[in-house]
Write a protein that binds this ligand. Sequence first.
Ligand code: PLP
Length: 411
Amino acid sequence: MSGNVILDVDFARSFFPALNTSWSFLENAGGTLVPTTVVDRVSAYMTQTQVQPGTDFDASRIAAERMDEGRDFMAAVINANPDEIVIGPSTTNNVYVLANALRPWFADGDEVIVTDVDHEANNGAWRRYADTGLVVREWQMDPETGELRITDLQALLTDRTRLVCFTACSNITGSINDISAIARLVHDAGALVCVDGVAFTPHRPVDVKELDVDFYLYSIYKVFGPHSALLYAKPEHLARMANQNHYFVDGNPFLMLSPGGPNHELTAGAVGVSDYFDALYEHHFGDEPADTRQKLTRLFGLFADHETRLGGPLAQYLSAKQGLRLFGPPSADAEKRVAVFSFVADGRDSAEVAGRLQKRGAGLRSGDFYAARCIDGLGVRPQNGVIRASFVHYNTLADVERLIECLDEEV
Ligand SMILES: Cc1ncc(COP(=O)(O)O)c(C=O)c1O
């Protein structure tokens, strides 16, 4: 994905003081660590400009500028314009607000499709539509593979379908869905798509324009930033959405879907991710001229290549080892999966196995990771869910080797 340049992982790690430990951090799908540049930005905001932003004394003016910069960067990550996004406390919260805002668009008997693979964030709010007169249909996984098959979606689409909500990539199986192909199919059927990009955005370049999605969500705290989240909506959708905030902010897309407004210091703090990416870019590509999109594409190309190198031996091990069952694609193929590996050990409780691995320095966990329907669909509820190890670009081959060694001894 990134030509001849290879990620200098030691350089990347030098920005993350939390990595200076004897254990391996393998719970990145739950939330990534933040670089010092983020801490610096949050600290600068709070020590210098923790005032109500947007009026004409210095601290207030600078506070607003800092928040704008953060918002601009979060939008740039997915190639959205700043006036096409909303910042909220979490993706879960953003979906609830979106579902409320969209409900008046639909008539009783209209149909919405959700999946049994998705995290509950892109499920629960839509499923509650069933209590208000809408029909909610479930696009179910192939029970053998845990994958969503496009042919199954085709069979669910009707002339009453209004919205299809699905994940870009499962936070359990790591399996990537073909967002463009699904969006095309759904649009041809006259409906809209709402894509949960939370598990995907930390790993691959995303361009919401190219993907042609109606709504896209990601959580910046899983992309090396502070704990907040972004909702993108096509501008023509934002323009006709019911205001969810005070009546007098109607028409301001940034505020009308963010009741109470976004957290100030964390919005400003997101610029620290941009600072980190700039430093990474310069380290790997020098002062080669590039616009923000090219820079992000190149950096995420480096990340994807690195993660695929790490995932290769692990995927091979987890699919070959007797007594272990890996979910999702059995290889690290960058087109098919991200570096999120969930598995169970035959006849063993996942919490018990995870506990043993933790004691040996593997920073991972077990459970359903709020993708409860996916865990049920995979049939692993009786085992207390799955054990999940998830990697991002600052992980190393040593992390993979340690996990394999632990599994060899504990399973
Ligand atoms: C795929 C996916 N979607 C949504 C969420 C929820 O995100 P948030 O914590 O921002 O509500 C998560 C969190 O783990 C997730 O993995």
